[in-house]
Ligand binder design. Structure first.
Ligand SMILES: Cc1cc2nc3c(=O)[nH]c(=O)nc-3n(C[C@H](O)[C@H](O)[C@H](O)COP(=O)(O)OP(=O)(O)OC[C@H]3O[C@@H](n4cnc5c(N)ncnc54)[C@H](O)[C@@H]3O)c2cc1C
Length: 596
């Protein structure tokens, strides 16, 4: 069932040559010792684990799905999932980027990021179990009490216990202000929680000893809307003080959803029937605490889509070199064969290069953001920490929405390379398309990400964070503007930077008159800024490739050609997107709802 080989060469290029990660990490006391050997060793071991243990379970897990036993109230994951999870825990993978104080290995986020790309390429549905646990770890670490940290963090870090996020209810997904689950205080400081949650990923399963649910609910007399939401920790089994599991808590899976993809992940309806929980942070400040989890998950969803883009590309490439159909328009290329391999056809190359460029762009982009998170968490200079945090805040909705939108295109193009065989499940390509589709929806739909970027991160901030990023772009353009070899990349980058500045001002002015202008422009706007980010990173990678192209290593030639493809074929959609974003709200709002 296809193949997955971790793209270690490109990962090493991004980490060592593009980001110069070793030098960057030397500035961070916690990671100053993380050298190239450690990084390369983790990449190689990670590649083995993901391709040998997880990838073989991807297709079978999709076919089999999860089983819910309504009587026993249990969920069984597909064959092999549990055993693979044990190997993951025994190998110490859950602890990779966690704090040594709680048993973690203390490696940087930027390295964990590459490992997560591999996990997701191998098996997105499986990876959601540990992925959500890592989000729960980050949330508890930042907002938990010392006692909660002592009791729960070592279990999440080791992977013995997993985590979930329980936000969504039948009547509220995007608008969490509508949620109805209730929490009543008990005399001993705990809370009794009642309510129904839906679509809870990894809500019930058989892979870990205990599950820690992070649940949003309302306390008595809470204000209406999102200002009245609190966050609770609700374990499946109540823990004893020594860390062993005790009594079963009444938080049960009522059913699992039948869905389009990620069949190996249990998407559960969870009923809380007087379950015992403990508050995380302050009453009515739950969304604030949950945002730590949500931001981690948004980056995680971007990585899911990068993973799928890469594995879909790899398989389509093998197929395109093997499948013989028709002859090349410019003359026979394989005279010894009855037809040429389809990779000779320009449009097959367009499809492959689309996936390749989106994978390489996303890899550079997400690794850059992960490194900024390391700086935000661990740089000794407060000013640097703040700058890094601002940049991560600006780029997070772009990671979530741009990478996932592109992966939907890329997996679909990769499937198309197979012709009819792509549509037949035994080849595995249609699974990537199905799995990729959810990434545009959960963790805040891509529309919500666009509103977050344009409304909250840019306009409400008077464009300050965007300007900072723009200054970096401008400095790069100025520095390389006179280099003739770079002009094919630097010129469009500089032009787009200017256009984004003007477009932002224009939408901001219109929004003073009518806030619907923000909603009408946000989605194409995010894609335009996404292309600004990719142009900036591709141009930097091209510079390195130009410097090394005579080294004899063909990798640099490939990088240069992929960058040329990006600027020639993907970047130009910015012209159309800018027109759409400028076209205003009237063409969307004028039609009376009754006349649709
Ligand atoms: C497989 C799967 C796994 C999931 N896992 C989890 C999980 O682990 N935990 C959890 O809590 N939830 C989970 N979810 C829920 C998911 O996060 C929500 O489905 C998602 O946030 C959208 O909410 P909704 O489905 O209620 O859609 P709605 O909020 O009803 O939105 C419907 C449409 O309206 C649009 N819309 C809504 N408001 C606006 C607005 N202001 N402006 C413009 N457009 C708007 C949306 O973009 C969307 O297109 C999961 C969902 C699925 C399908």
């Amino acid at each position: 069932m296809g193949q997955y080989v971790a793209p270690i060469r490109d990962m090493q290029f991004v980490l060592h040559e593009f980001l110069k990660v070793e030098d960057q990490l030397k500035e961070l006391p916690a990671h100053a010792e993380t050298d190239a050997d450690i990084i390369n060793q983790v990449l190689e071991e990670g590649a083995k684990f993901t391709s040998e243990v997880l990838f073989p379970l991807n297709h079978s897990g999709d076919r089999e799905g999860c089983h819910h036993d309504a009587q026993a109230k249990t969920v069984t994951t597909p064959k092999g999932y549990k055993e693979a999870y044990k190997q993951y825990v025994d190998g110490g993978w859950a602890a990779l980027a966690c704090d040594p104080e709680f048993g973690g290995q203390g490696l940087p986020v930027v390295l964990n990021n590459s490992f997560y790309e591999m996990l997701n390429s191998s098996n997105q549905a499986w990876t959601m179990y540990p992925g959500l646990s890592h989000g729960a770890y980050e949330c508890l670490k930042e907002h938990g009490t010392d006692e909660q940290k002592r009791l729960y963090l070592p279990k999440l870090v080791s992977g013995e216990w997993t985590g979930t996020m329980c936000l969504t209810e039948p009547h509220c997904g995007t608008d969490l202000g509508l949620l109805r689950s209730k929490a009543i205080p008990n005399e001993d400081g705990s809370w009794t929680i009642t309510g129904n949650k839906i679509f809870i990923s990894a809500g019930e399963h058989d892979m870990s000893e205990n599950i820690l649910h992070l649940v949003l609910a309302r306390v008595p007399d809470a204000p209406e809307g999102s200002k009245g939401i609190s966050l609770f920790l609700v374990p499946k089994f109540l823990p004893n003080q020594d860390g062993t599991v005790g009594e079963r808590n009444p938080i049960f899976c009522g059913a699992i959803e039948e869905k389009m993809g990620i069949h190996g992940n249990s998407t559960c309806q969870m009923n809380l029937d007087g379950a015992k929980g403990w508050i995380i942070g302050q009453p009515n400040k739950g969304l604030n605490a949950m945002f730590v989890f949500m931001n981690a998950a948004r980056l995680g969803v971007g990585m899911q889509s990068l993973g799928l883009t890469e594995v879909a590309y790899q398989n389509a490439l093998v197929y395109a070199k093997d499948r013989l159909q028709m002859r090349s328009l410019s003359g026979v290329k394989a005279p010894d064969k009855p037809a040429d391999p389809i990779i000779v056809h320009p449009d097959v190359r367009r499809m492959l290069l689309t996936a390749k460029a989106y994978a390489e762009g996303a890899r550079a982009f997400s690794s850059y953001v992960a490194l900024q998170i390391d700086r935000e968490l661990g740089h000794p200079d407060e000013e640097v920490r703040k700058e890094a945090a601002d940049e991560v805040a600006l780029l997070t909705p772009i990671i979530k929405a741009f990478i996932t939108d592109n992966a939907w295109v890329a997996t679909s193009e990769a499937m198309q390379v197979y012709g009819g065989h792509g549509y037949i499940s035994e080849w595995g390509m249609e699974q990537y398309v199905r799995d990729a589709r959810i990434n545009l929806i959960y963790e805040g739909t891509n529309t919500i990400q666009s509103l977050d970027l344009l409304g909250r991160k840019i306009l409400m901030d008077n464009g300050a964070k965007l300007r900072k990023f723009g200054e970096k772009v401008r400095a790069f353009v100025e520095e390389n503007g006179t280099d003739e070899a770079m002009s094919e990349f630097v010129t469009p980058l500089g032009e787009l930077g200017e256009k984004v500045g003007k477009l932002t001002m224009e939408i901001g002015m219109k929004a003073f008159q009518n806030q619907d202008e923000v909603g009408a422009a946000a989605v194409p706007y995010l894609r335009v800024v996404g292309h600004l980010v990719y142009s900036y990173f591709f141009a930097q990678m091209a510079k390195i490739a130009l410097e090394k192209k005579d080294s004899g290593d063909k990798f640099y030639e490939a990088k240069l050609q992929t960058t040329r493809f990006y600027f020639a074929r993907l970047y130009p959609e910015t012209a159309m997107l800018i027109r759409q974003a400028r076209s205003g709200a009237a063409n969307l709002m004028a039609l009376d709802a009754d006349l649709f």
